[in-house]
Design a protein around this ligand. Structure first.
Ligand code: NAD
Ligand code: MG
Length: 389
């Protein structure tokens, strides 16, 4: 039996992971499931999958979790220290699907524990890519990408030499507003930004898809995961979301990965790697689809893509500042404090203010220093939002 843990089990990726695991219950020994405020769902899945422990990220939810688990034999725990402890329990495979920088620490602990880390939490690589990769290396632990684009690239590289790779192209649907007139974007509401044309995902990543902050994170994720230079990474708008990524080689070949927009493909690939197993995803009928469209992204519509380039150029801990400021700007938009197009302005201004602090930005890539840069990114973005509000 493979020992597996799922961090962020109650979210969109977590639930898709559970869907796959629950289809073969005799294959998996579930160690830990974690969630946030959705205690009923967390407890239900922990009981159904016979987990050793269920952890809520929030201490105040512990009594409710204990109640929900009483008599089941599943242990209840709460708070950041409990999350960390759960990540230190022996496991063969760990899904990292917490949203935001909060996913970094459990992921690091799982790698220290030599678990194979299925990484959906792209924020880990954006905030602390070199630290994550070095931790995996030091402990001989494997990281497998779960982001659909990165899983597609990873699959395109099987049997290939990295020296032969000229470029990596990740596609973007263009999000909810890809066909809106530019001047209308400033008026986009929360409900409009929370509806994705192709993918069914958590609310935060859905809004990040509309603003392309998600793609900005993914460009940085590509650089960190595949260790390529920024000028080898391209973003291509592809409204149908059927081609997930392409790898361009030095002989001119372009290898594309196609599949239905269903995260269970990338999750299942990481679960069964290095093998492939039958997965419950739709098969594409290309004759029926008929046409695939591609276009270059418009920088005026998607300032986040320009910011991603600036992050990679600035280096150091700029990624931690960028991600933290983005999380706060997103909170500000969700709370109605700033408009849709103001998010990029807040992030850019926070990055600019902190770029002068060389001791912060160019400190060694340790967990403490990453957390300090993250903290300053949050405070600065919060000040900017409060001043504008
Ligand atoms: P979601 O919002 O649906 O779920 C997030 C999960 O994290 C929940 O279980 C929630 O309880 C938990 N969580 C939230 N805040 C937390 C905190 N502070 N501490 C501990 N746990 C916390 O998110 P999602 O869409 O499943 O995305 C999860 C991650 O996967 C994100 O990093 C996202 O960018 C990435 N991802 C998602 C998709 C997708 O299709 N949903 C695709 C690619 C990558
Ligand atoms: Mg993606």
């Amino acid at each position: 039996m493979r020992k597996v843990s799922i961090f962020g089990a109650t979210g969109s990726i977590g639930q898709s992971t559970i869907d796959l695991i629950a289809r073969a219950p005799d294959t998996y020994d579930v160690v830990a499931l974690t969630g946030g405020h959705n205690i009923d769902l967390l407890a239900r899945d922990a009981i159904r999958l016979k987990a050793d422990v269920a952890v809520t990220a929030h201490e105040q939810n512990l009594p409710a979790l204990r109640d929900a688990l009483s008599g089941s034999g599943v242990e209840a725990a709460a708070g950041p220290a409990a999350l960390e402890e759960a990540a230190q329990r022996p496991a063969d495979w760990v899904m990292s699907a917490i949203v935001g920088a909060a996913g970094l620490l459990p992921g690091l602990r799982a790698l220290e524990n030599r678990a194979t880390l299925a990484l959906a939490n792209k924020e880990s690589l954006v905030t602390a890519g070199p630290l994550i990769m070095a931790t995996a290396h030091a402990h001989h632990a494997k990281i497998l990408p779960v982001d659909s684009e990165h899983s597609a690239v990873f699959q395109g590289l099987v049997g290939e030499e990295m020296d032969a790779v000229e470029r990596i192209i990740i596609t973007a649907s263009g999000g909810a507003f890809r066909d809106w007139p530019l001047e209308k974007l400033a008026t986009a509401t929360l409900a409009q930004a929370s509806a994705h044309p192709n993918w069914d995902m958590g609310q935060r990543i859905t809004i990040d898809s509309a603003s392309m902050f998600n793609k900005a994170l993914e460009v940085i994720e590509t650089k960190e995961f595949f260790q390529v230079s920024p000028d080898q990474i391209e973003v291509l708008v592809h409204p149908q979301s059927l081609v997930h990524a392409l790898v361009g080689f030095n002989d001119g070949a372009l290898m594309a990965h196609l599949g239905a927009p269903d995260m269970r493909h990338a999750i299942g690939y990481a679960l069964h790697w290095p093998n492939r197993r039958d997965l419950p995803v739709d098969r594409l009928d290309l004759a029926k689809i008929g046409q695939l469209d591609f276009r270059a992204p418009d920088d005026r519509r998607y300032p986040a893509l320009r910011l991603a380039r600036e992050v990679m150029q600035a280096g150091g801990l700029t990624g931690a500042v960028f991600n933290a400021a983005k999380e706060i700007a997103l909170d500000g938009f969700i709370a109605g404090q700033i408009g849709f197009m103001d998010m990029a302005g807040v992030v850019e201004e926070a990055m600019m203010r902190l770029s002068a602090d060389s001791a912060l930005i160019h400190a060694a890539m340790t967990l403490d220093n990453v957390q300090a840069a993250d903290h300053m990114g949050r405070i600065t973005a919060r000040e900017l939002i409060d001043a504008a509000h």
